[in-house]
Design a protein around this ligand. Structure first.
Ligand code: ADP
Ligand code: MG
Length: 272
């Protein structure tokens, strides 16, 4: 975990977990917002056909424009898909419903695993962080994210089968590392929708921490109604209600990640 010179290109983090509803999109959008608020230039890539990250930052589904789907199929450059968000320093590459067909359309294509990595090559100068919001599956789209990424960030909901799902995901990461991306690492695991009044939450959290040690962030994201309300307003929770517990947790998570990535000294000026 060394300091990186600016010309090294962006740190690319894949936000991945094959389970749906565990907080991937929420983490992608709000971590990106917190990093942007710290002055980082952040690009979100919405790699889920459901497009929740796109709508979660206020993008209108009816807008016409190229998406990550066209990029993966080689019809357009990534640059042409990038859209600014209401958050300064933060842009997004939107998803499209067509993306659900891309898994099939790419099966027989050459370089099918490295399409996103290649597309990102032209964007090396412009961003400090690229956050990829993965779909809830370990198919070709997620593999493209893992190949393009420097590290994986795993949102994990503390519930009964969490550890089984996690070990499956870690095996997939290991396979991608061996075959396609030897420098891929696990950035960390963040416990999401955490409920301190729920004993099972505490038990699972202890299990995960004893299994992965300091790869589990100290910051946990609490279950917080403001977090779930924010997307329907097309806003990251940091814009919707900066002082709520969920927004503050994402500010702290960004601080913890920046310290891991860049060493001590990262700002947490937004923490209240
Ligand atoms: P995924 O992308 O893994 O499918 P989401 O980020 O979309 O998961 O989250 C699933 C649902 O849970 C969404 O409705 C989201 O608003 C809600 N949610 C996510 N994190 C929290 C939280 N910390 N507190 C309350 N609701 C949350
Ligand atoms: Mg999602």
């Amino acid at each position: 975990l060394t300091s990186r010179a600016p010309h090294d290109g962006p740190r690319v983090l894949a936000i991945a977990n094959q389970k749906g509803g565990v907080g991937k999109t929420t983490t992608a959008v709000n971590l990106a917002t917190a990093l942007a608020a710290c002055g980082k230039r952040v690009l979100i890539i919405d790699l889920d056909p459901q497009g929740n990250a796109s709508t979660g930052v206020g993008l209108d589904w009816r807008r016409r424009g190229p998406t990550i789907y066209e990029t993966l199929l080689g019809a357009t450059s990534l640059r042409d898909c990038i859209v600014e968000t209401p958050v300064p320093n933060m842009s997004i590459v939107p998803s499209s419903v067509d993306l659900s067909g891309a898994e099939i359309e790419l099966v027989a294509a050459d370089r099918r695993d490295t399409r996103l990595q290649e597309a990102l090559q032209q964007e090396r100068e412009r961003w400090d962080y690229v956050l990829i919001d993965c779909p809830p599956a370990l198919g070709l789209l997620t593999v493209n994210a893992l190949v393009a990424a420097d590290a994986v960030l795993v949102p994990l909901q503390a519930e009964f089968y969490a550890l089984e799902g996690l070990s499956h995901l870690l095996r997939t990461i290991e396979r991608v590392r061996r075959a396609l991306n030897p420098t891929l690492t696990l950035q960390g695991v963040v416990l999401t929708m955490y409920d301190r009044r729920n004993n099972l939450c505490d038990l699972v959290a202890k299990d995960v921490r004893s299994y992965l040690g300091d790869r589990v962030y100290r910051t946990v994201i609490p279950r917080n109604v403001r977090v779930s309300e924010a997307p329907s307003h097309g806003k990251p929770v940091l814009l919707y209600d900066l002082n709520c517990a969920g927004a503050q947790a994402y500010v702290h998570l960004a601080g913890e990640i920046l310290r891991r990535e860049e060493g001590e000294g990262a700002t947490t000026a937004l923490a209240s």
